[in-house]
Design a protein around this ligand. Structure first.
Ligand code: 3H9
Length: 678
């Protein structure tokens, strides 16, 4: 069956696309739109047109799988020009998400109606692009540059109501009567001159007040750091006010083409598919029956347990949270409430939503109250003996068929599972701190974890807004395991003469939000310290003995002012020099290039080992972990994709040059000229 069909409703032609799953605008859809418009124009009985989609959404954008391949059929830009040129009114009927090219279709239509639940946006920047079918030129002409800027530059969609308020949507129609309401609306436009977005004049606001562009840049500087597409997006919206429509479209095309052929967009498109691939578990039917999760139990109401609980509460899943002592429980529940209230103060939640979330939280001092939970996650002290005791107890109390999960960040899940009578119902759910904010969820698959248990966790992760990746059981799993060789090199290099702030700066320049020593200051240099100032065996012992416990006390590796600005410390430099001298390390100047290579190449090597051992299903899962859990810059595509773009032979040569190990898989792929991804 054709992906685009037409239906005559008296004097209105309805063009209906049905291209599951998301009505992407592939070649056949574009051709169908052009044919539909031709049909409408050549049929004298037709006086108006409605474009709508079947299935779960209006067009969710260009078909990303076609990018980088030769263009088939009409381009989207040409198809939309033909559509807009129609002298019979064309109405877009929007439900679901009108994104990217889908939003551009709507903009090329003369009118737009939408159901209240619809969302509209131009997310191309999230793929390292800008809209490429005149979206940057039509949108400001319809809603003004100021309203267009956040949409085009951040890529975040807006609700139908907001779209209506800014003039992007003409009418909000009934949630269940979109098809009929759109036809009725189209009939009302018959006989009126058609209103073309390309001829709109709202874009004058950017000419009258050009300061809005710099203000926007400044306000969003931190979020946009390192990304190329947002700057191009600002330029395109600015051009919509300065240039004629035809010239503006030309400018958009230039910017779009430059981005499309660049490495950032390739990396971000890789990530788009990587995130979705990570949801798929080799050898498990995605349609397998899942275990219903109607109540979650959390053991431990500290920072981690509380943060984990919030994920479920926010998604409307009732939580029972258990602590052993009343004051700790009260404190934990208090922190959850405070976090929600702060979110409400910032306008990102209503008071009612805060009460709804708190209303489904049951605090308890008794393990027994976890009996009826469908999933229990423990977030207690990171110690194998403690975890084993906890799991034996949970196994005895929690109903059969329920999943028992550990939030451990490095302990052996199989060893923990072995103390229970249900090892197939045990797995790791490694949340990252702060657990209510960080996107990543590492799901650790034990040797005996059952398929439905794993898939249930995977599906649940999406429900609570996490990006999940599966790891096998190995120390540190995927993420922390790869952090180790980086930290080792960082520590080694400052003993050889590199300044610690240079090590941090190299990672900052690469695009990480912070370097290893800044991270240590933030987390607390004293974490895991033996607390005996007389016993100085390591650099950490020396820093802690000198009271340099990190940001919380105003000094760690760096000195901090009140605004938390960091300055390298002479005292620390001296301590490091003493340690280096004691170890007899020769001091030398280490170039930025060497620092970068020695920090990042060993991570790639560890990633290759993880693949070699089958601890990650695919290289792109490793990219997903590092981008979402550790701040690896998205625009490089993650460590494994980055290594591909560097060339694996370059990585191997670098490791060898620095006397660092090269694992067999990496060497083999490099010698064959292969990549990790594709
Ligand atoms: C663009 O439009 C450029 C233009 O300016 C014009 C250029 C000339 N293409 O996310 P899901 C697949 S750029 C191809 O799990 P959800 C996806 O891979 C585009 N495939 O569902 C997955 O496949 P699989 C601008 C696509 O309900 C399946 O659909 N638009 C596309 O959680 C289900 O996806 C965007 O950036 C696509 N455009 O979320 C929007 N989109 O099952 C991108 C999805 O094999 N899409 N697939 O893994 C999204 O944000 C989400 O998919 C959406 C649905 C919110 C729509």
């Amino acid at each position: 069956m054709s992906v685009v069909t037409t239906e005559k409703q008296d004097n209105v032609l309805v063009i209906i696309a049905d291209n599951p799953p998301v009505n992407a605008l592939g070649a056949a859809v574009r051709q169908g739109l052009v044919d539909g418009i031709d049909q409408a124009l050549s049929d004298d009985d037709i006086e108006a047109v409605v474009i709508r989609c079947d299935g779960r959404t209006f067009f969710a954008g260009a078909d990303i799988t076609e990018f980088g391949k030769p263009m088939k059929g009409p381009s989207l830009a040409d198809a939309l020009d033909q559509l807009e040129a129609s002298n019979k009114p064309v109405v877009a009927a929007i439900h679901g998400t009108a994104l990217g090219g889908g939003c551009e279709v709507a903009l090329a239509c003369h009118y737009r109606v939408a159901v209240p639940s619809a969302k509209i946006g131009l997310p191309e920047v999230k793929l390292g692009l800008i809209p490429g079918a005149a979206g940057t030129q039509r949108l400001p002409r319809v809603v003004g540059a100021e309203a267009a800027l956040p949409m085009v530059v951040t890529g975040n969609p807006i609700s139908a109501t907001k779209a209506h308020a800014i003039g992007l949507v003409d009418k909000i129609v009934g949630e269940d009567s979109l098809a009929d309401d759109a036809i009725a609306f189209a009939r009302e436009q018959i006989g009126k001159p058609v209103r073309r977005s390309s001829e709109g004049t709202a874009n004058r606001d950017g000419v009258e007040n050009p300061a809005i562009f710099d203000e926007f840049r400044q306000k969003n500087a931190r979020k946009l750091r390192g990304f190329e597409a947002p700057e191009a997006a600002i330029q395109a919206v600015k051009a919509a006010g300065e240039l004629s429509y035809a010239e503006g479209v030309k400018k958009e095309r230039e910017l779009f083409t430059r981005l499309m052929t660049g490495t950032q967009s390739a990396a971000m498109r890789h990530y788009f598919f990587a995130e979705r691939a990570a949801n798929k578990i080799d050898g498990i039917d995605p349609k397998i029956d899942l275990i219903p999760i109607n109540r979650v139990g959390i053991l431990g109401a500290g920072t981690m347990g509380g943060g984990i609980a919030m994920n479920f509460l926010s998604a409307g899943i009732p939580v029972t949270i258990v602590e052993l002592k009343e004051d700790a429980l009260d404190r934990g529940v208090g922190v959850i409430r405070k976090n929600y209230e702060n979110t409400a103060k910032r306008g990102r939640m209503t008071e009612q939503q805060v009460e709804d979330a708190m209303g489904i939280l049951t605090p308890s001092l008794s393990y027994d109250d976890l009996a009826d939970c469908d999933l229990v996650i423990e977030a207690v002290f990171e110690n194998m003996d403690v975890k084993k005791q906890v799991f034996s107890k949970l196994d005895a109390i929690v109903k059969q068929g329920a999943i028992l999960a550990s939030n451990t960040s490095y302990l052996n899940i199989d060893e923990i599972a072995a103390v229970t009578k249900r090892p197939e119902y045990v797995l790791g759910l490694h949340f990252f701190s702060p657990a209510n904010v960080m996107k990543l969820l590492e799901i650790v698959r034990g040797e005996k974890t059952a398929d439905d248990v794993l898939m249930t966790a995977m599906k649940l992760s999406k429900k609570i807004g996490k990006v999940a990746a599966v790891s096998g059981v190995c120390p540190g799993f995927i993420g922390n395991r790869m952090l180790s060789p980086r930290q080792e090199q960082a520590n080694q290099m400052i003993m050889e003469g590199a300044n610690y702030w240079e090590v941090d700066d190299v990672l900052l320049e690469f695009g990480f939000p912070m370097g290893p020593f800044q991270m240590s200051d933030l987390a607390g240099v004293d974490i895991g310290w033996h607390r005996d100032p007389e016993r100085i065996e390591t650099l950490r012992d020396a820093l802690c003995a000198a009271g340099r416990w990190g940001q919380k006390v105003g000094k760690g590796f760096y000195d901090y002012d009140e605004a938390r600005n960091r300055t390298p410390s002479d005292e620390v430099k001296q301590i490091i020099a003493e340690f280096a001298a004691k170890a007899g390390n020769e001091q030398r100047v280490i170039s930025k290039e060497e620092i970068r290579e020695r920090l990042l190449y060993p991570m790639v090597n560890e990633g290759a080992k993880i693949l070699e051992e089958g601890m990650a299903q695919r290289a792109s899962d490793i990219d997903v972990v590092w981008i979402n859990g550790y701040g690896w810059p998205l625009y490089t595509g993650g460590p494994m994709f980055w290594a591909d773009t560097m060339g694996l032979d370059t990585v191997v040569a670098g490791l060898e040059q620095h006397g660092l190990p090269v694992t067999e898989l990496l060497r083999d792929k490099a010698s064959k000229g292969e990549k990790f991804n594709g």
